[in-house]
Ligand binder design. Structure first.
Ligand SMILES: Nc1ncnc2c1ncn2[C@@H]1O[C@H](COP(=O)(O)OP(=O)(O)O)[C@@H](O)[C@H]1O
Ligand SMILES: [Mg+2]
Length: 262
């Protein structure tokens, strides 16, 4: 599954720090995303996963970090900067509007117009093509309201919305947390498909089965620090669980001195 040789990272973050008031959440975090690969970001509740994703997507700002995108230094000061670079996020609490249909949701805030009127047919076509590219067959009509969709279908629409914008990096925060077995299967297939299309994909998940099934590499956060980055093929579930729960596993992980400097 994982390529023999890694391409250069599409997104590389070095030395990222983030505090909320007196709470130092991210400590000197290094994090890279590779095109064509799925990177799993794992860690216990409160480890800082969502905070890292929100800083990457411009919802929050890092207090300090060197950020490179496609080899160039960049500053992400807001969601527009992230979107402009091609960074899209699918959040845990899906930001879809129930009263709108699939096309309206996918183009919300970025509608296509011809003159003063919305270009419905082009948006509809693009929505349909994007779903088809992802081999989504479970959605009957793109004019269905989102309220009528199952949890898995909503997740699918949220993912299709994220890849629609010529995205380069898609981050998914716990995309399978609320899903059943079959729906989880579909979402994991989509995640793999996005990477196979060349996107850099980041998935946050608590589920080791999901992580080992879909990820090429795993970055474990422990109390806001990177405990280790491992290749999925070169590690075991037990190792990753240990990294998550104690920040160490054998030779891997944080030195003990790091652990006490919380
Ligand atoms: N907006 C915020 N204000 C203050 N503290 C926050 C905020 N967001 C997150 N935190 C704190 O940062 C830490 C990491 O949270 P989070 O990134 O949500 O972790 P995770 O996603 O790994 O569970 C937690 O201690 C949390 O309480
Ligand atoms: Mg979280």
């Amino acid at each position: 599954m994982s390529p023999a040789k890694d391409d250069a990272p599409i997104l590389a973050i070095r030395g990222a720090n983030k505090s909320f008031g007196a709470i130092h959440v991210l400590h000197d975090v290094d994090f890279a995303v590779y095109p064509g690969q799925v990177t799993a970001l794992v860690g216990d509740n409160g480890a800082g996963k969502s905070t890292l994703v929100k800083c990457i997507s411009g919802v929050y700002s890092f207090d300090g970090a060197d950020v490179e995108f496609a080899g160039n230094p960049v500053t992400i000061s807001g969601p527009r900067d992230a979107a402009h670079l091609g960074i899209e996020v699918v959040y845990q609490d899906l930001a879809l509007c129930d009263n709108l249909d699939i096309v309206q949701n996918m183009f919300l805030g970025r509608e296509r117009r011809t003159g003063a009127t919305l270009d419905e047919s082009s948006m509809e076509k693009l929505a349909r093509n994007t779903l088809a590219d992802l081999s989504v067959r479970t959605v009957k009509s793109v004019r269905q309201s989102v309220a009528s969709l199952s949890g898995g279908q909503r997740q699918t629409v949220a993912i299709a919305k994220a890849v629609l914008w010529d995205s380069k990096v898609v981050l998914l925060d716990e995309p399978t947390a609320a899903l059943g077995v079959a729906q989880t299967r579909n979402v994991l297939d989509l995640v793999r498909k996005m990477a196979d299309q060349g996107l850099g994909v980041v998935i946050i998940s608590h589920n080791m089965n999901d992580v080992f099934e879909v990820a090429d590499r795993i970055v474990a956060l422990y109390l806001g620090r990177v405990a280790a980055e491992v290749r999925t093929t070169e590690s075991t579930r037990a190792q990753v669980v240990e990294l998550i729960t104690s920040g160490r596993s054998g030779d891997l992980g944080l030195a003990r001195a790091d652990q006490v400097q919380i």
